[in-house]
Design a protein around this ligand. Structure first.
Ligand code: KG4
Ligand code: ZN
Length: 368
């Protein structure tokens, strides 16, 4: 619809410089510049390299997004940006850019939560989220079960990983198997040729007295490393595809079992899965089977929208505008450990009408 808000979203919480443009729940542009190859030789993301890459990619990526959406920056109704959680220096580049554009264009600024954005992106594919929605977010930095009544105001954590994130486990297992970084996509590919029942790897926190909705992947990762090490020490060949398939089966079994249980226990008939690991083919397949059996509707965005991108930030920003939520002040700061319950960072109520005036007051300056 033409009267739906047109919002540009900027995402720089990790190694992807993402700029998306959304009108309401329609995706118009999704430009991403990734520094993933610059980190590969270190086996993980190096924060300083990521920040530098964001700085270089920011303006060209914004221009590319505007071009491909066929709009002018002045047409926008708002600028949204990931305010956290994420790498502090990397977030800062996005937040600074968003503030500069918002200020220069005189548009409202929305500092939003990375995790809520991962949930909201599904609106671009499957329409507005039902209320309530259960979300399983699985990526390199987080693994959480979240319950949301309204994605612009309320995200309640039910459980999370107590050690490694699911994606981190994929990355570490890939390293043990010598498959490179990031590990998720290549483990997923290798696993297709292997037997998921070949090795009985442990299912973390699955005992009767364990927390119902929390996850643990550190024990599984160690079990895989020990198993591989023992094979190598015995001079035997490591069956890489079988290890990948059995490891992947252990991760997806626990994730989908707990997510479906959380839906049933809370009377929620929708499950969305987001974050980089939601691109995993076995996770998608197993979640579909288990949701079908339980009468739960599964919503998983296409893989390109599951990994970090600017479209997800624009999607949440557009929803903020649509629902008339208060914008952030121009003194918005990046918060590397922004709690998941802070869906967005509204301006403090300083008793002034317009956001720019508030920002100036907050900065102790005087608006020109
Ligand atoms: O959401 P994301 O792009 O960035 C973070 O916020 O972390 O997720 C990246 C993570 C990496 O750990 C990567 O290995 C994992 O998602 N990943 C996958 C797959 N594709 C990406 N894990 C399993 N299977 C995949 N197909
Ligand atoms: Zn993410």
């Amino acid at each position: 619809m033409a009267d739906e808000p047109l919002v540009l979203g900027i995402e720089t919480s990790c190694d992807e410089t993402g700029v998306g443009i959304v009108r309401g729940t329609t995706l118009l542009a999704d430009a991403v510049a990734s520094s993933v190859n610059d980190h590969a030789r270190f086996g993980g993301v190096v924060p300083e390299i990521a920040s530098r890459a964001h700085l270089e990619a920011m303006v060209p990526t914004i221009e590319r997004a505007l071009d491909s959406a066929g709009i002018k920056a002045s047409d926008l109704d708002g600028i949204a940006v990931t305010a956290g959680p994420g790498l502090a220096g990397a977030l800062l580049v996005g937040v600074s850019a968003a503030k500069a554009y918002a200020w220069a264009l005189d548009k409202p600024l929305y500092g939003v939560n990375h995790l809520a954005s991962h949930i909201c992106v599904d609106q671009l594919e499957h329409g507005r989220l039902p209320s309530p929605t259960m979300a399983l977010l699985v990526s390199g930095g987080h693994s959480s079960l979240l319950l949301s009544e309204d994605i612009t105001t309320d995200v309640r954590p039910l459980g999370a990983t107590i050690d490694d994130a699911a994606g981190e486990a994929f990355d570490k297992v890939a390293r043990v198997l010598g498959l490179g970084f990031p590990g998720g996509p290549v483990v997923d590919r290798k696993a297709r040729e292997g037997d998921p029942k070949a090795i009985a790897f442990p299912r973390g926190l699955s005992g009767r007295n364990d927390p119902e909705y929390d996850f643990s992947f550190s024990g599984l990762k160690t079990a895989v490393a020990r198993w591989v090490e023992a094979k190598r020490r015995a001079g035997e060949e490591v069956p890489i595809a079988d290890v990948a398939a059995s490891f992947q089966e252990a991760v997806t079994d626990v994730l989908t079992r707990k997510a479906v249980k959380a839906c049933k226990d809370n009377g929620v008939d929708h499950l969305m899965i987001g974050g980089g690991v939601a691109a995993n083919s076995r996770l998608r397949e197993m979640a579909q089977q288990r949701c079908d059996r339980a009468g739960i509707r599964l919503r998983v965005p296409r893989p390109g929208l599951c990994t970090d991108n600017g479209a997800m930030v624009a999607a949440l920003g557009a929803e903020m505008v649509w629902r008339d939520r208060a914008p952030s002040a121009l003194d918005l700061s990046a918060d590397s450990s922004l709690p998941v319950t802070d869906v967005h960072v509204p301006a403090a109520d300083l008793g002034h009408g317009d956001v720019h005036g508030q920002a100036y007051d907050a900065l102790g300056g005087s608006a020109g």
